[in-house]
Design a binder for this molecule. Sequence first.
Ligand SMILES: C[S@@+](CC[C@H](N)C(=O)[O-])C[C@H]1O[C@@H](n2cnc3c(N)ncnc32)[C@H](O)[C@@H]1O
Length: 224
Amino acid sequence: MESLPDRTVDAVLTDPPYSSGGRRENARSIRKSMNRGVEDDDWIRGDAMSTTGFIYLLRLCGIQWRRVLKPGGHALSFIDWRMAPNLVAALETADLRQHPILVWDKAKLGMGAIFRNQHEFIVHVTAGNPSDPQRRDVPNVLRYPSVRDGDHPTEKPGALLQTLLSVVTPPGGLVLDPFAGSGSTLQAARALGHSAIGIEADERFCEVIAKRLDQGVLDFGGAA
Ligand SMILES: C[S@@+](CC[C@H](N)C(=O)[O-])C[C@H]1O[C@@H](n2cnc3c(N)ncnc32)[C@H](O)[C@@H]1O
C-alpha cells in the first residue's frame, strides 16, 4: 500500500484476518503468527495475532487508507463482535471518521454457547467528511447467505460485496482490498465496472485470484 499514490482510491473494501479465535491472549497467539516466517497451511495467515498485534497492523492499514483514499472516500471492513471495538479504535486513531456499523446477517445459525451466531459486522469509516453515496436505498442490516465450499475458508458472498461497493464507489472508481483472499472483492469490483487493486500475502490465494480474474500473478512478493 505504501507504493500507492496519495488520494487515488475511491473505496476500500476488505476483510482482514480477525485474530479472534482464542478467549485468552495466550490461546490467540499460541501459533505465534506474528513471528512465523513459514506458511500456515491449515488456515489463513495472520489469524492468530494477539490483540495488540491486530491493532498495530490495522492501524498501519488505516494510516495508509487515510492517505490513499480520495477526500471523503469510504472504507468498509468485515469483522466479528469480539474484535470490532479494536478495529474501530485502530481506524479512528488513524484519523478515519467512523459511521454506523453495518450488520451482515448470514441467514443461517452458526455456533454459540448461549445465543447462536448469525451475524458479522462491517465497520464503516471515511477519510474526513463522507462523499455522497451512489444510492440511498441500502439498509445497514444486510441479509446474504454465507459462502459454502468456496475458494477460501472465509470467503465473502459476491452479491453482498457488490451491494456494498454500489453504495460507496462512483462509476469507474478504483477499489482497494489489502487482504484480498480469493479475490472476491476484486471480482465484485470488476462486475460493477470498477478497477481494483488487491494485496494478498499468501501465494496459494494469489494463484486463486489469478485464476478467478483470468490473469497472471504479477508479483509473488505478495501482490496479485
Ligand atoms: C479473511 S481473509 C479474506 C477473504 C476474502 N474476503 C475472500 O472472500 O476470499 C484474509 C486474507 O488476508 C491475508 N493476509 C493476512 N495477513 C496479510 C498481510 N499482512 N498482507 C496481505 N494479506 C494478508 C490472508 O492470507 C487471507 O487470505
